[in-house]
Design a protein around this ligand. Structure first.
Ligand SMILES: Cc1cc2nc3c(=O)[nH]c(=O)nc-3n(C[C@H](O)[C@H](O)[C@H](O)COP(=O)(O)O)c2cc1C
Ligand SMILES: Nc1ncnc2c1ncn2[C@@H]1O[C@H](COP(=O)(O)OP(=O)(O)O)[C@@H](O)[C@H]1O
Ligand SMILES: [Mg+2]
Length: 155
């Protein structure tokens, strides 16, 4: 992929509410505008990289770009699962992502169980690859130096 690493940010919107959270794999969905602005040659598929919410810490992530063939979506989506346990949801907040590598194309599956185990495999693979020095250095990229929001109840 010529465009990697690829950096982007956008507001977290509601997805199809299919309950990926119930499956243990919540995905923060980007709005259409962000997806429409992806370079034309960023192919659909499963990628890995780094992500932060607002000015928060940078964590490992996996991201799925495409039509989710298992669900036969008609709209392209871009969904990020962050390998971190958050205290609460962050709909409406800004998600910053640095996509650093490609894992596999999107696939269809015979069962929900096989989709889930494929995603879990992606997560394990991403965790390993992100420990490589060439990827670790992107965690510290200036892109993630988002200023802390100004304190409003002071002066
Ligand atoms: C790492 C990862 C890999 C995925 N791989 C596939 C896939 O191969 N095929 C597919 O149909 N959906 C895939 N998905 C997307 C899930 O189907 C999707 O997260 C689920 O439909 C939840 O959607 P929602 O956020 O709109 O509720 C993947 C998601 C992630 C995070
Ligand atoms: N580790 C995480 N990675 C991604 N999203 C998370 C995580 N923890 C909590 N969330 C929250 O869960 C939401 C996604 O859940 P999901 O079941 O995929 O619903 P939706 O269909 O609305 O995208 C995110 O928008 C975010 O607010
Ligand atoms: Mg989602």
């Amino acid at each position: 992929m010529r465009h990697l690493p690829y950096f982007c940010r956008g507001q977290v919107v509601r997805g199809f509410g299919r309950g990926s959270k119930q499956l243990g794999i919540p995905t923060a969905n980007f709005p259409e505008q962000v997806i429409d602005n992806l370079p034309a040659d960023v192919s659909t598929g499963i990628y890995y990289g780094w992500a932060s919410v607002g000015s928060g810490d940078v964590h490992k992530m996996v991201v799925s770009i495409g039509w989710n063939p298992y669900y036969k979506n008609t709209k392209k989506s871009m969904e990020t699962h962050i390998m971190h346990t958050f205290k609460e949801d962050f709909y409406g907040e800004i998600l910053n992502v640095a996509i650093v590598g490609y894992l596999r194309p999107e696939k269809n599956f015979d069962s929900l169980e096989s989709l889930i185990s494929a995603i879990q495999g992606d997560i394990e693979e991403a965790k390993k690859r992100l420990d490589l020095p060439e990827h670790l250095k992107l965690k510290e990229d200036n892109f993630f130096q988002v200023p802390k929001s100004k304190i409003m109840n002071g002066h």
